[in-house]
Design a protein around this ligand. Sequence first.
Ligand SMILES: [Zn+2]
Length: 429
Amino acid sequence: MEHTEFNNDLIEFLNASPTPWHAVSTMKSRLDAAGFQQLDEREEWALEQGRGYYAIRNGSSLIAFRTGKNDVVTSGIRMVGAHTDSPCLKVKPNPEIRRKGFFQLGVEVYGGVLLNPWFDRDLSLAGRVTVLDEDGKVRDTLVDFSKPVAIIPSLAIHLDREANSNRSVNAQTDLPPVVMQLPETDTTSFADLLREQLVSESGLKIRKVLGYELSFYDAQGASSVGLRQEFLASARLDNLLSCYIGLQSLLNTSGDEAALLVCNDHEEVGSMSAEGAQGPFLGAVLERWCGAGKGRAIARSMIISADNAHGVHPNFMDKHDENHGPILNQGPVIKVNHNQRYATNSRSAALYRHISDELGLPHQTFVVRSDMGCGSTIGPLTAGNLGVTTLDIGVPQFAMHSIREMIGSQDGYTLYQVLREFMQREEVF
Ligand SMILES: [Zn+2]
């Protein structure tokens, strides 16, 4: 896969994946097309050498792996991890707000949303809905309104003269998006609107909407930006970019060695869930794959946890340590924090640098300013849970957790090349 094809396909992937459920469904169809076989956690697994498999939890977390040609216990597993979720606004269970003839939806803030950029954007709505179908069966389905259906209008500067110097956002009162206008007497519920959408979208015969997890998203798709197309802008680059890179690496690696991709939901809210990185999903899959040899296999394995890093912003240069400010388009960023907010150690970092050097590709290293706190990701959680050697790495980006984030157009492809090579390497250590 060459560079332009990679970026164009990335844009397609991002646009097809407005929620974790859609991201997993997009990955599933690509794995199916490549001959990977889906495993059901409720059934027994009979795994064969040289094959590809995947398992899905809650529809929003996915583990895909290649068994490789050799015994996994003595060859170890080359693992890559990422997360499927992004900060966003989720629709509340009883969301209807009717004021002055406007129909609005109450929203819950999911994760560390940068709220200001959500104003004045064309918003669409997507997620998972659980319905009672015509045959009386409870079933899940995905929904995506696809077009702009809502907006959160700003308050005009004339009505708030201090808007540029002193405006804060009250998440309860300022955020409910306007969805439509309705006569005072109209009692349409959100469930009615959802049902209508599902019927027109999938032709499903539905008796009742029983539950949903829906989030608003920017209707503007991903795009190349910059006079020379140096950049790529999109929602959810943190961390669908890494999901995409991990997936392409697994799909395009030789398949000779045991390799695995784990994409967890719920990273943005601490990862503690049945399908999150603090939960048992990865451990359970490894147990079934490696059996009694799991401990030995893990001792020979390594996971590269890929999650974006903060590039040094030209307008805010003092936010980085002078020697550790990653530049967009100068390579993926090895993330170091000896207080274990990142799980990188000198050994895992060395292996990455070595592979990257062999391929003639650039890399950078980040450590946070000593007078600032440090972010974290699934790396330390997976390291602590499994006891596996871990590297935290990520593509440098701007505007993390904004509704529209930005990366350099080179770095994703660079990380892909290194991870693909990592996944087909005979010796990890
Ligand atoms: Zn992230």
